[in-house]
Each structure stands twice: as C-alpha cells, then as structure tokens.
Design a protein around this ligand. Structure first.
Ligand SMILES: [Zn+2]
Length: 478
C-alpha cells in the first residue's frame, strides 16, 4: 500500500533531512493528565491543534517516505523472466532456434494461452478485449485516476527470434508480479497489455486508438486468415471494436520495454536506451519509364534504359541521405525491371523508396532533394520518373518527462543510458495518441533482430525490467 498526501509535502527528494530541519515537536507544556479541552486558552488550543495536525502530517510523511525507500529497494526476479522467455519460445519453435509465431497461427494462440496464465499468476484480472488484446488489470488505491499501461507483443515475424516483443511483454508481467509479491499497490490502476498482431501492422494497438479500419479487417494476414477471422480465432470480437477504442487522456501513460533491434547499445556497451521517439516512416513507389528495345541492335548512345536510370537513382538516394548529419536512413529495398529478359533493354522499372527519421520536416527535405536528383537523371537518360506515396507514418515522440524518469531510474540502478530514436515501429507509437509514452531499450547482441539469432543477455533483460519497474513507480508517485 502506498499513501500520498496532497500538496507535495512528502516529496521523496528531501528524504529525512527535511524532517530534521523542522522544529522538533514537543508536548512538554501539556502536563500529563491535563485535559486538552480545559485549562488552555483558545490561542493555546489553536496552537495545539496545529501541532497535532503537523505531527499527523509528519508521521504520515515519514510512513510514506519509509514506503518510498522500501520501494527503491524493489527488484524484479530476472531468472523468472528468462524462464518464462524459454517456456514461451516452445510455441512456434523452429529448427533454427527461433520462432515462427505469426499472429493468428496455432502457435500464436497457444503462446497467448500460456501468457494468459502468467498474467493470472501475477494476480491480475485478465480479459481479452474485442480486438483480441490480452489485458491484465489491477485496481489502484486512489479514486478516479486513469490507468498506467505497460506491455508489448508476443507475435513474431516468420522465422523470427525469441526476444522481440517478448522481453517487454514478460518483463511487464514480471513487474506486476513483483508488485503483487511485495504488496505494493499503485495509486493508479495498472494494466499489462499484450497487443495482438504487432508485426502485421500494429493491429491491436491501432484498434485501441481507433485507427483500425473496417476495410483492413478483410486483408489477409500472414497466417492465411483475414484480420477479422484472426481476431475471432484468438478470442476477440470484430463486431465490438468500438468498445476497444480509447480516447486521448484515457490512459495516464504507457511504458514499453523492448530490445533495441539495432547495434548501438551493444557496440557502445551502454545498458539502457532511453527512446526519444519512434521514427516516421514514409514509403513511395517510384516508376521509371524508358523504352524497351532490342539489346543487340540498339546502339549504346541511343537507349532509354530504365534500369540504368534506376541504378543511378539508388546511388543518389544513398548519397542524399548521407549528405547531412543525423540518424536518418533511406533505402531502396525492392526493384522490379520489365520486361525482365537478358536480351531486352529494360523499358520500365518500379522500385520502392523508404525514408525514416524522428523529424518529419527532415524526411520532406530529403525527399525534395531526391526528387531533384531524379529529375537530373531523367533528363540525362531520356526517362521519366513518377513518385507515388504509399504510406506515411508520422514520427511519434516520447514524453520528455517520462524520458527523464527513465534516465533517473536507470541512474539509481547504476546503469548507463543513451538517448536514441527507435528506427523500428512499435505499439507505443499508437499509444502516443492516447497519452504520454516512454520506451526503454536493452541491448541486442550484434544488433541482430527479426532473426532466430536475435539474443539479449539475461542481465540486460533484468536491468530493463528493473528500469521499467522503477519508472512505473516514479510515474505513479507524480
Ligand atoms: Zn517488437
């Protein structure tokens, strides 16, 4: 249990020194046996009442401080998290040592049943919402507060690893279990959320922020089922998606622990990544029109080779993206040359262009430069470029106050930190539409992810879960 007094009297910053600086309380002038209501002037009565209130306040403060101090000693059971990770890895296990647990597959359903049991063991009231998200809830001690959410996902990409999403999901459950075992009740309600189908387009979290459209429900997911069928398969009800939606302010905050999925922390031997935000991701289809002609009879100076123009374009994308400082990335990841025969000059190429950065304005600036380069290439190669926007995910910054709480929690645990963007998408980007969010990264060995070789060390996982626990406690006290 945790008691808070209004007005910030018990701010834990000051600890005992605050109490020691105060005038010591004395009731010496109240002789034993003297009746409080008699023998004292009205003025003295007022003073006595004030001192009594003050003493009450101090004792409550000191109780609260003692509890806060006891809470700072709390640690998760790191071995238990790893045990749960290994147990969950059995569902969808593949010969390469990773998992293929794509959303709505049998393995996904079985994994979710296992996690359902863990949520219940952590003394949470477990339910499945209309979208199929698993939610473990525990009431808070204060009335009328919005819930604090922690969680992640347990579905994987095909041929995925055992840590992406899993560390954050099982880490969040461990935090809830640690609080239950230590009889710590938060002021806010606590919700541990295991979002469904993160890898197939953040379906569970987009249902929660109301973005999931009716049309998307009929798209076929990697499991072979439509999303609508998949939601039913895992125990949700696509007819009840309206009830899943939450509004801005419906959550007090959302915290997500996740593996970095890149190599910065591992390379720099830094323990905790404090995520500045989830990058914006823009996709375009770029079509280059040339002229398909005989590869044997058309002179080299008389060609309109769309693939040659594409090659120059790919080089230009890389040059433009690396021409300015920062962590922005740009990729041409798919290319299709037509008609696709060794003896025909390619007349048409369709390729993808992807740009990512935390700053949407920077993405636009890079895109403008790339278009200008494309124009020059088109003029020199007698081809035509056409850009079609396919998808725009706007950047989702994390909350500055939560970033500093994560940094503070890590520092108190003796862990080094680094501020960094998340180059990958996460459920947190949808939760950012509902309230303040924070993300905690732990190192991925070798920066490998979405691979059976994905690995995070047990001590790093325990560190991350402890940072999650203490950030949650700090947020709850605010
Ligand atoms: Zn993930």
């Amino acid at each position: 249990m945790f008691t808070r007094l209004p007005g910030g009297y018990c701010d834990s910053r000051d600890s005992t020194s605050w109490l020691l600086q105060r005038k010591p309380l004395s009731y010496a002038h109240t002789a034993p046996g003297v009746n409080f209501s008699s023998g004292l002037s009205a003025e003295a009565m007022k003073t006595t009442r004030r001192e009594f209130n003050y003493a009450m306040l101090l004792s409550l403060c000191s109780l609260s401080l003692r509890q806060t101090r006891a809470q700072t000693q709390l640690r998760v059971n790191g071995e238990r998290i790893v045990k749960h990770i290994h147990a969950l890895a059995e569902f969808g296990k593949n010969p390469q040592g990773g998992v293929s647990r794509v959303a709505y597959s049998d393995a996904d359903k079985q994994g979710r049943e296992y996690v359902f049991g863990l949520l219940r063991d952590a003394k949470l009231d477990v339910s499945i919402d209309g979208a199929g998200n698993l939610i473990g809830r525990r009431a808070g001690s204060a009335a009328g507060l919005a819930p604090l959410l922690i969680g992640s996902h347990i579905d994987s990409v095909p041929e995925g690893g055992n840590y992406d999403g899993v560390v954050g999901s099982l880490g969040a459950i461990e935090v809830a279990q640690t609080l239950a075992e230590q009889n710590v009740t938060l002021r806010h309600p606590l919700e541990v959320v295991i979002f469904q189908n993160e890898e197939g387009g953040l379906i569970g979290s987009r249902a929660m922020d109301g973005e999931l459209t009716e049309r998307e429900l009929d798209l076929v997911s990697r499991s072979g089922k439509t999303i609508r069928e998949g939601i039913k398969f895992i125990g949700g009800d696509p007819a009840k998606l309206a009830g899943v939606r939450r509004k801005k302010g419906d959550i007090a905050a959302y915290l997500e622990l996740h593996i970095e999925q890149g190599g910065y922390l591992d390379n720099e031997k830094i323990k905790i990544g404090v995520v500045e935000g989830i990058v914006g991701i823009n996709w375009w289809d770029v079509t280059i029109e040339g002229f398909a002609n005989h590869a044997g009879t058309t002179a080299m100076n008389n060609r309109q080779d769309a693939l040659l123009a594409a090659a120059k374009f790919i080089e230009a994308v890389n040059r433009v993206v690396t021409s300015v400082p920062g962590r922005q990335v740009g990729t041409v990841g798919r290319i299709n040359a037509l008609p696709g025969a060794p003896n025909v000059i390619p007349g048409k190429v369709v390729l993808s262009l992807e740009l990512r950065d935390l700053d949407a304005a920077k993405i636009n600036m890079l895109y403008d430069k790339i278009r200008a380069e494309a124009q020059q290439i088109a003029a020199a190669s007698k081809t035509r470029f056409d850009f079609k926007e396919i998808n725009v995910n706007i950047p989702a910054p994390t909350d500055a106050r939560i970033r500093s709480l994560i940094t503070e929690a890590a520092r108190e645990l003796g862990l080094s930190t680094k501020l960094m963007p998340s180059g990958a998408g996460h459920d947190a980007q949808d939760m950012a539409r509902l309230g303040p969010v924070g993300m905690i990264f732990v190192p991925s060995v070798g920066g490998i992810s979405h691979s059976p070789r994905e690995f995070s060390r047990p001590e790093d996982i325990a560190n991350g879960a402890n940072v999650l626990l203490h950030t949650l406690l700090k947020l709850d006290r605010k």
